[in-house]
Design a protein around this ligand. Structure first.
Ligand code: ZN
Ligand code: ZN
Length: 356
């Protein structure tokens, strides 16, 4: 047998290690003896054969680079002295730069070609990061949703080094120290724990909030570390970053009640087909709209599409399905839209405080 015959199988395994389902027990809390669990999810399909069935036994849309053109534009990140509006740039996938009042926050930095345990193979980018990692402004805080390869990337973290403070879910801190990051630069939090930092007199508070997902960077270490979404609060502006999540009708409502309303929701809308396999751990655009409503966001935009092919829907399907979900509710486009990769938008804070 020649290597090309194995290639689809190898690709399927590497896709599974970037993002797929896991074995989860139903428990009342998210802490268990053997790791973490989703308190409000049915046990999803799992294991190697599920991955193979999802990839080869389903209606998996093929990617056509001539046809499936993801919109891309030039980013325009904020300069240090812009205080009036928050400046938000979609760098690609789940990597978003949120800048406000001189504090720059980066979500799930992923600047590498492959979302994979190896640097030369696996799900590869179809669009490039809109800003090169070396061209980023000073990053004061990084939030990490979980340890899957498309959200936690070794080369990206090594390049950022000790400059930012890293906010990570329980159990993920050790990975950072292993990669050479100083322990004092890592803040490891459980759901609902918060930590504040101050940058030139501006304090921001970052709170780990629940999500419905799973974790693991190999086929043998499932759910040993926690997954989270994140609320980031400035003095006059707040944003919520969903990371990677499935839907339930409890956790996001609780986030909205306890920490909402939010000026901006950053919500995943991609990697959701086939539903029998992905449904528990990745929302579809219809569920993303429910999250937007549950967390009580004034405006949201959709991430986790257009960079890596991790699931069976077409590359350009998530924004189309989002528009359908919006229309079904009579929701205006500006309330929950998508960006071009690299697009920068400005959000006026609801709460007005002194601007410099
Ligand atoms: Zn994931
Ligand atoms: Zn993901």
């Amino acid at each position: 047998m020649t290597l090309p015959r194995f290639a689809p199988l190898i690709a399927a395994v590497l896709i599974s290690m970037a993002c797929s389902t896991a074995s989860l027990a139903q428990m009342p809390s998210h802490h268990t003896e053997g790791g973490f669990t989703n308190p409000h999810a049915e046990r999803p399909h799992s294991g190697f054969f599920g991955i193979i069935r999802a990839r080869f036994g389903s209606d998996w849309q093929s990617y056509d680079r001539e046809r499936d053109i993801v919109p891309v534009t030039e980013p325009a990140p904020a300069t240090a002295d812009e205080f009036a509006n928050a400046t938000v740039t979609w760098i690609g996938h789940a990597t978003v730069l949120v800048q406000h009042r001189g504090v720059n926050v980066l979500t799930d930095p992923m600047f590498s070609k492959y979302a994979s345990p190896v640097s030369f193979a696996g799900p590869s980018r179809i669009t490039q990061p809109a800003i090169k990692i070396e061209d980023l402004p000073t990053i004061h805080a990084v939030v990490i949703s979980h340890d899957h390869y498309d959200h936690l990337d070794t080369a990206s973290i090594r390049a950022l080094g000790d400059e930012p403070k890293y906010f990570v879910p329980l159990g993920v801190g050790e990975w950072f120290v292993d990669k050479g990051i100083s322990p004092e630069r890592v803040v490891e939090l459980d759901w609902w724990q918060e930590h504040s930092i101050e940058v030139d007199g501006e304090q921001i508070t970052i709170t780990a909030t629940p999500s419905q997902h799973f974790s693991g960077r190999s086929l043998t270490n499932r759910d040993g570390t926690l997954w989270a979404s994140w609320a980031v609060e400035w003095s006059d502006f707040n944003a919520w970053f969903g990371g990677d999540t499935g839907y339930n009708n409890l956790q996001f409502k609780e986030i909205g009640t306890r920490l909402g309303p939010f000026d901006l929701g950053i919500i995943p809308i991609g990697a959701y087909e086939p539903r029998w396999f992905m449904g528990t751990v990745h929302v579809n655009p219809k569920e993303a709209v429910l999250i937007h409503e549950d967390i009580n966001a004034r405006q949201s935009f959709g991430i986790h599409w257009g960079a890596f092919i991790l699931a069976g829907e077409g590359v350009l399907t998530p924004p189309v399905a989002l528009a359908e979900a919006r229309e079904a509710k009579g929701m205006a486009e500006e309330e929950f839209s998508t960006f071009a990769v690299g697009e920068t938008r400005h959000y006026a804070p609801l709460k007005k405080v002194s601007s410099r």
